[in-house]
Design a protein around this ligand. Structure first.
Ligand code: SAM
Ligand code: SF4
Length: 488
């Protein structure tokens, strides 16, 4: 059994490493860029529309806007940037919580070690398989994020085994097998050698949130005696991932721990650092807001709680500051918040979500808050979410082709910046949407989806050369006939 990372290994790695988050500099930038200036605003928005990363000064300027009309302009441009890079697609996925055992004591988390009220559970591999068969066979998911606490019993070997189990669990249909095609991982920061193993096991995106970029607040909520108490080890985990060959990385902040403007600047500095060092920014950015967790008083509210209005502002500013990045909004947020925010930049949403360990396949135990990390806000089914999005002209994509065709890291960054990735994605979104509608949708969602697909195909005809359009029509006909997993 692998143990959690050793302190001496961490210390060795961190020799000569300095933080690339300079608190004084961030505060200075926020203080120096307070003037609402329309000419400057227009220049900055133009830069975002050209899919260029903004500078810290430009981002601080946006964060400080107080004029309502200027914010409207920001929202509209964020929406235009999202459309330019990702068009009307929302990628969907489900989280799979594999274990809630954890050695750390993050004050906000229901899984923290000192929380004696939580029922601890680590899924055995056959239980993971059961969950996956349910997610694939009953809901039609194609993409998962597997989630783990940090614990000796869920070290790298367990994580790699769980990935292999997920990929190998398939369900037979009339015309072939269906299964999970991409597994992202949210787990504790690891060493380069462990990350190499994760890469080999077929990880999609490696996701770790810094929680807060503010060093003092970080120390306050993560006791120094725990592994997670090491700010710098966490800050550098995406560097290690890149060095280990994982070039799709997901960063994020737990909003509500510290001032949201400071945190957005932290995300930007992290993105710039990765771009500078590796030529690749974050594949995704997440912005969970602190939610009440079982028997966790800290999670009930802090003075940095982010309002719905400020959440919309920060989503729009991140969309403009790091215009190429994917942006994930999870079911932590209720339906009304989610349906407002996708317009200003969201590209990925989970749906049909359950976060209790083993809850998907346990049909009698619909919500088991004593095994959950926090309470979720959007409890709609996958079908309801997809139907809602389709009614608003948004296509749900189950596409996982990118990483299987080598469109990851630098390759995808370039394609995203130039709008090329969007083209492949459009075709794959239609094919995977059709596949899901035929296999899983209720009559209402099917009919909404059918209308949307008709419109999408007309666009494909306009955008693509005849040869690609012809091949697409052939794939579409085969998909309609039950063939699985056709992609460009
Ligand atoms: N143990 C790993 C770690 O800490 O990186 C990953 C798993 S943790 C289950 C995933 C994320 O959930 C954390 O990074 C944190 O941002 C978020 N989280 C923890 N407590 C939360 C709460 N009360 N409300 C919302 N999100 C929370
Ligand atoms: Fe453990 Fe992660 Fe929860 Fe912290 S956030 S207590 S590390 S599961």
């Amino acid at each position: 059994m692998m143990s959690v990372i050793k302190k001496r290994e961490i210390d060795k790695y961190l020799v000569n490493k300095k933080s690339f988050i300079d608190e004084t500099e961030i505060n200075k930038k926020l203080a120096a860029n307070k003037k609402n200036d329309l000419i400057r605003l227009n220049e900055i928005l133009k830069k975002s529309l050209a899919i260029e990363t903004l500078s810290p000064d430009e981002t601080a300027f946006l964060l400080n806007i107080s004029n309502k009309d200027y914010w409207q302009k920001i929202f509209e441009t964020a929406s235009a940037v999202k459309k330019k890079v990702y068009n009307n697609r929302i990628v969907t996925f489900a989280p799979l919580y594999c274990s809630n055992l954890c050695v750390n004591n993050c004050m906000y988390c229901g899984f923290r070690n000192s929380n004696e009220a939580v029922v601890r559970k680590r899924l055995r591999l056959e239980e993971i398989r059961k969950e996956v068969l349910w997610l694939v066979g009953k809901l039609g998911h194609k993409r998962l994020i597997s989630v783990y606490g940090e614990h000796p019993s869920t070290g790298i070997d367990y994580i790699c085994e769980s990935l292999r189990t997920i990929y190998s669990a398939t369900v037979k249909t009339k015309k072939g097998y269906i299964g999970i095609r991409r597994v992202n991982v949210n787990a504790a920061p690891m060493s380069i050698s462990d990350l190499k193993k994760l890469h080999k096991a077929g990880i999609g995106t490696y996701q770790v949130f810094q929680e807060t970029y503010h060093p003092q607040m970080y120390s306050k909520v993560h006791p120094a005696s725990t592994i997670k108490g090491n700010y710098l080890w966490r800050l550098y985990c995406m560097h290690r991932a890149m060095e280990a060959g994982i070039d799709d990385v997901g960063i994020g902040v737990l909003f509500g721990l510290y001032d949201w403007k400071f945190e957005v600047m932290g995300i930007l500095y992290h993105a710039i650092e990765l771009e500078k060092r590796f030529g690749i920014g974050p594949h995704t950015v997440s912005f969970p807001r602190l939610k009440p967790a079982f028997n966790t008083p800290f999670s009930k509210g802090t003075k940095y709680q982010v309002s719905d209005d400020d959440l919309k502002k920060l989503v729009a500013v991140i969309r403009l500051a790091v215009p190429y990045t994917g942006m994930i909004l999870t079911a932590r947020e209720p339906e009304d918040v989610r349906s407002k925010l996708w317009q200003v930049g969201i590209t990925q949403m989970d749906a049909g979500t359950k976060i209790g360990i083993g809850d998907y396949s346990d049909e009698h135990d619909l919500r088991s808050s004593d095994k959950e990390q926090f309470l979720i806000g959007d409890t709609r089914s996958l079908d309801e979410v997809i139907g809602d999005l389709a009614g608003r002209g948004m296509i749900t994509s189950f596409c996982t082709a990118g990483y299987r065709c080598g469109r990851t890291g630098k390759n995808i960054m370039q394609l995203l910046r130039t709008g090329q990735e969007g083209k492949f994605c459009k075709l794959n979104a239609i094919l995977t949407f059709k596949e899901w509608l035929d296999d899983f949708a209720c009559a209402r969602t099917k009919s909404l989806g059918k209308k949307l697909i008709k419109k999408e195909i007309e666009e494909v005809k306009k955008i693509f050369p005849k040869s690609i359009y012809g091949k697409f029509l052939q794939y579409y006909a085969e998909t309609a006939n039950g063939k699985k997993d056709l992609y460009f």
